[in-house]
Design a protein around this ligand. Structure first.
Ligand SMILES: [Zn+2]
Length: 134
């Protein structure tokens, strides 16, 4: 049997699963969160307590995919090697950058250069960030 994920509404872990017999051969599963009192019932009736448990636990553990609010991105806590390489290779270079980009970089003050490099690095690392967790 799968374990129950925390309550999707309050994060509570004080959960109970029960099977209720409708008659001698029909069962309904139910999960209740004792923190916020959210209750989920199995949608269908099942011929065994075990099937009702599997059904309601699968439904309880289902979660919508996580997406970031507009303007934000979900990125790994630790950058991948690809992100790091793309980050440091994003900095302007006298020999590898376009001449106009290098000249514009050279014309900046030290603080402007540092801020410019940080923005380029950040953009390159975000671009290289994986889009799915493994
Ligand atoms: Zn809850």
């Amino acid at each position: 049997m799968s374990e129950l994920l925390p309550c999707p509404f309050c994060g509570g872990t004080d959960l109970d699963w029960t099977a209720e017999a409708a008659d001698a051969v029909t069962f309904y599963g139910q999960i209740e969160c004792h923190t916020c009192e959210a209750i989920m019932h199995s949608e269908e009736c099942w011929g065994s307590e075990e099937d009702a448990e599997i059904d309601v636990k699968d439904k309880w553990n289902r979660r919508a995919p996580v997406s970031a609010p507009d303007g934000l991105a979900l990125v790994p806590i630790e950058p991948t090697e690809d992100m790091v390489v793309n980050g440091f290779e994003s900095w302007p270079d006298e020999y590898f950058s376009k001449p106009e980009d290098w000249l514009a970089f050279e014309a900046m003050s030290g603080c402007q250069q540092a801020a410019h490099k940080a923005r380029l690095c950040w953009a390159a690392m975000l671009e290289a960030a994986p889009t799915e967790s493994k």
